[in-house]
Design a binder for this molecule. Sequence first.
Ligand code: PCA
Length: 212
Amino acid sequence: MQPKVLIAGFEPFAGETLNPSWQVARALHGTQLDDEVTIQAVKLPCIFKQSLLCLEQAVNQLQPAVVILLGLAAGCSQLMLEKIASNYIDAAIADNAGQQPRNALTASHGPAAYFSNLPLNAILQALHLQHIPAQLSLSAGSYVCNHSFYGLMHLIKNQYASIKGGFIHLPYLPGQVLNKPGIASMALETQIEAVKICIEVSLQQHADQLIA
Ligand code: PCA
């Protein structure tokens, strides 16, 4: 059986009318890669609780080999390959259901953090080879994205050890920064191409080995 890939993007939040993460995921939905891998996209609500429920349901249903969560990091200029999901939530703004947890744990019995188990170094190299700006990031923030990233890694750790999963933050799309002078963006086509590369490398490579 061919491996399946689940890609998730978020609905808009913080007054924006769109979210590049969903635009990219949506564009990749149904795409057939060279070796007949199917990509399935799911749209996550920008709501703490529901985002995790939605994600878990999609993982349980699809049983994918690779899960890549995407989200917007307002103002970043490059793809941010998130290395660390932390067990910490401190929302600077309310989520789309009006909830604003402060100084809270994502999982009351979970470890302080999980590492992504995507092959981030190989992904970074592959992106740079195509001249796509990207960097490793050591914090996915303390909002809904970090919450879902931690939830995914918790699920992998406890139920799906074979899944390779992680999180990538994306820049704004050019149309979102017309009235935000000096704020970085990246064309949708570049973001789509970039995430496709992330998927392909994730299917081929093992997670980064840490030196003990
Ligand atoms: N970015 C937010 C939540 C949804 C999204 O796309 C974040 O970085 O937490």
